[in-house]
Design a protein around this ligand. Structure first.
Ligand code: SF4
Length: 65
């Protein structure tokens, strides 16, 4: 299971894309971040940092479930 972004919490700040652009992308039309590659966290190694840098706590990681 990959990372998820809660669209109710996301404010479109772009931090997640800045930290981890392989996995997260800020959709400028939506004004929200989306997950580009749900499998990407396995090799990207930056998903935890993206979650930690989300000011809204909108990113949950699927690992360990
Ligand atoms: S860091 Fe959090 S609030 Fe900012 S765009 Fe990404 S998911 Fe949304």
């Amino acid at each position: 299971m990959g990372p998820k972004i809660d669209p109710e919490k996301c404010i479109g700040c772009g931090n997640c894309e800045g930290v981890c652009p392989v996995v997260f992308h800020l959709d400028e039309q939506l004004g929200k971040a989306i997950v580009l590659d749900p499998e990407g966290c396995e090799f990207a190694g930056c998903c935890e940092a993206a979650a930690e840098n989300c000011p809204q706590g909108a990113i949950t990681l699927g690992e360990g479930e």
